[in-house]
Design a protein around this ligand. Structure first.
Ligand SMILES: Nc1ncnc2c1ncn2[C@@H]1O[C@H](COP(=O)(O)OP(=O)(O)O)[C@@H](O)[C@H]1O
Ligand SMILES: N[C@@H](CCC(=O)OP(=O)(O)O)C(=O)O
Length: 372
């Protein structure tokens, strides 16, 4: 028998993510009835605050541009997103207006949000919208994101947004009613009611997107999103958009992913999962121990080399002597300055180059360890 989902029914701040495949018609374009059906459910969540992460900008922009499927090149996808995002928001605005509710558009890029000031601003804006009774509708800012820094799918973005807004539940809505042990179209495929940890996922075939030309990422990115959220202490429910009401009420629909970890320092989750490192510094064994075992900052004395082009404030990888990435962090120097610092003490650098050089290469507060 399925276990009761008390943490789901009691959740007060919830991120609901809906995929393109659940919002668009087979011919391309927004399916107004499906948008209305979702909105009908969301407005009934009395006493709860909802943040909606909605995909569908690219899909919504296809038909108006005379395209029949998602184009392969980034520029055309971005053009479609630019046309479609406005249409999508207009549709949501009209649908929520039936109930006298307002919505606010929030477009995020993964890269921006791993920076401290942007992260804080994003939190403040979302929190303020919720306090004012406005329902935020989040999407990736497709028109500016480049291939390297782009999520592409919204599943992982939703997991990070759930963490950002201090939600107590993440609901992923798709065109499939849960995680199956293999391709759900295969006869005999079985729905998995509950995932208690990564061990429950061994042997499961995670396929790519379902309906050709609409969704992206398929189950792979949904399971990744669920792992990010559950490791940060959040329960996750994955189910079909048509079952959103039951899922939010805590009924045993879809797949429930049980939390496996505890909430971690805010922004660092974004640094680990959303940032695209611009380069790397190589660390000697002492520096690796200092950051992995003693929770220390990375000082110039422990650096043996530098790779790539980056400027102060950007995310970089910290690698051990074998080249393995052990951490990610926001660097305090430009790449071209690092050779000057290699192997030298901060005191010596300050004496020779001035007090501006008496600083960590990566401060411990801007550093996240990667799992081995
Ligand atoms: N093991 C699996 N369990 C469930 N669905 C799967 C599995 N493997 C692949 N899929 C496919 O993933 C699709 C959902 O992903 P996607 O198309 O990216 O949806 P969305 O637009 O909702 O993000 C489903 O339609 C399904 O065909
Ligand atoms: N930001 C993109 C999301 C792309 C996408 O298809 O995501 P999803 O349907 O969630 O797999 C959009 O709005 O089109």
């Amino acid at each position: 028998m399925a276990t009761a989902r008390q943490d789901v029914s009691e959740a007060r701040r919830i991120v609901v993510k809906i995929g393109s495949s659940s919002l668009t018609t087979a011919a391309g374009g927004i399916d107004a009835d499906r948008v209305d059906a979702l909105v009908d459910v969301l407005v009934k969540q009395d006493g709860r605050q909802i943040v909606l992460v909605s995909s569908g900008a690219i899909a919504a922009g296809l038909a108006p541009l005379g395209l029949v499927r998602r184009p392969a090149d980034l520029a055309s996808q971005q053009a479609a997103a630019s046309v479609g995002q406005g249409l999508l928001l207009a549709r949501y605005t009209a649908s929520f207006a039936r109930y006298g509710r307002r919505v606010g558009q929030v477009l995020l890029t993964a890269d921006d949000t791993s920076r401290r000031t942007h992260y804080r601003n994003a939190y403040r804006t979302l929190d303020q919208l919720l306090t004012m009774g406005v329902l935020p509708i989040v999407n990736e800012n497709d028109t500016v994101a480049t291939d390297e820094i782009r999520f592409g799918d919204n599943d992982r973005l939703a997991a990070l947004v759930a963490h950002l807004v201090h939600a107590d539940l993440l609901v992923l809505l798709s065109d499939v009613d849960g995680l199956y042990d293999g391709d759900p179209a295969r006869p005999g495929a079985r729905r998995i009611a509950e995932v208690t940890g990564p061990e429950d996922l061994t042997g499961i075939e995670l396929g790519r997107a379902g309906r050709a030309g609409v969704g992206t990422g398929g189950m792979v990115t949904k399971v990744e999103a669920a792992s990010i959220a559950t490791a940060a202490g959040l329960p996750v429910v994955l189910t079909a958009a048509s079952q959103a009401g039951e899922a939010l009420a805590g009924a045993p629909t879809g797949t429930y992913f049980r939390p496996t970890g505890r909430r971690s320092a805010d922004r660092l989750l974004w640094l680990a999962h959303a940032s695209a490192p611009r380069g790397a510094v190589l660390l000697d064994a002492g520096a690796v121990r200092a950051i992995t075992e003693r929770g220390g900052s990375l000082l110039p004395a422990g650096i043996t080399g530098v790779e790539g082009e980056f400027v102060a404030g950007e995310p970089i990888e910290l690698r051990d002597e074998s080249g393995r990435a052990v951490a990610r962090g926001l660097v305090n120097f430009d790449a071209r300055e690092i050779p000057l610092l290699i192997g030298r003490s901060t005191r010596e650098l300050a004496r020779e180059l001035g007090p501006a050089y008496e600083r960590e290469v990566v401060h411990r507060d801007d550093l996240v360890l990667l799992r081995a």
